[in-house]
Design a protein around this ligand. Sequence first.
Ligand code: SF4
Length: 330
Amino acid sequence: MTLLNVENLKAYYKTEMYGISRLVKAVDDVSLTLESNEIYGVAGESSCGKTTLIKVLSGTIKPPLKVHEGSVKYHFKSGETDMAEVSAEKLRKNIRWKEISYVMQGSMSVLNPVRRVVKTFEDIISTHEGIKNRGEFLERIREHVKKLGLPPDVLGSYPHELSGGMRQRVAIALATVFHPSLIIADEPTTALDVVVQRGVLQLLKEIQAESQNTVLLVTHDMAVHANVADRVGIMYAGRLVEEAPSRIIFKKPEHPYTKHLISSLPVIGDKSGKSGLEGTPPNLANPPQGCRFHPRCPLAKEICKTEVPVMRDLGGGQRAACHLLEGARQ
Ligand code: SF4
């Protein structure tokens, strides 16, 4: 079942400098779907539009960001939600946390440093459901954190008394307390060491398998996607350039940018040097014509400088936007 349809989404920042206004095309013509019961990974370098995409999908758009075109429609069990029409009140009370929750990179941004962890649970639950019986509330969150493998005494701790990994687990516990349809995890393990990172990813995987909900995992780290994601979408300069099930994309990437990201992954026993990609991602206020990757693409042809490549269906759930794939279906 499809949980989310994003169609031709264009979300731009309007900036004003020295009286000159510019549009920064952070997400430009992105279409994708998220299915129920899957982990969908979004990858790409910094400034490729990942964070802007999250803002639009989670309904946290504030000026200067604005959706210029396209649609974002959820098919929750509780009903259909068109993000262009939903009221701020409904978003706050019924959608955020209850249907769409968010695990951020720094757990300190969701945990109040001067309040015990239990108070943050209290704030969230009282806002969305109200707390009629304090005993029942405490029992409920104790059971919830225990189920996620956390000792219930974390509830009485202040965030600074917990390790980084433990704080991130608490952030996941907060994000899953209402069993939302979608959990957006934004670089959830970036600040953690490798061992702790593995534990946090395992926890996310277990929760998803048990709740059969959807996780949108956003990270630049392709190794994380290889371990966790069912499908992966690759963004470059505000556009989705390739998408495929993980088992296909890591074996047979088709877009030159995806090939570069995957070939730069370390492989045990491989002593050959890894070469970086020349150049830097383009300025999205003035992106290159044609394929936005052409100034850095080692395979660029003349047509790449003028014509935007269309997304082509390559079969098996894989699609990519590159002129080299011309024979494939659009
Ligand atoms: Fe490279 Fe051209 Fe394909 Fe873009 S369209 S990725 S520039 S070959």
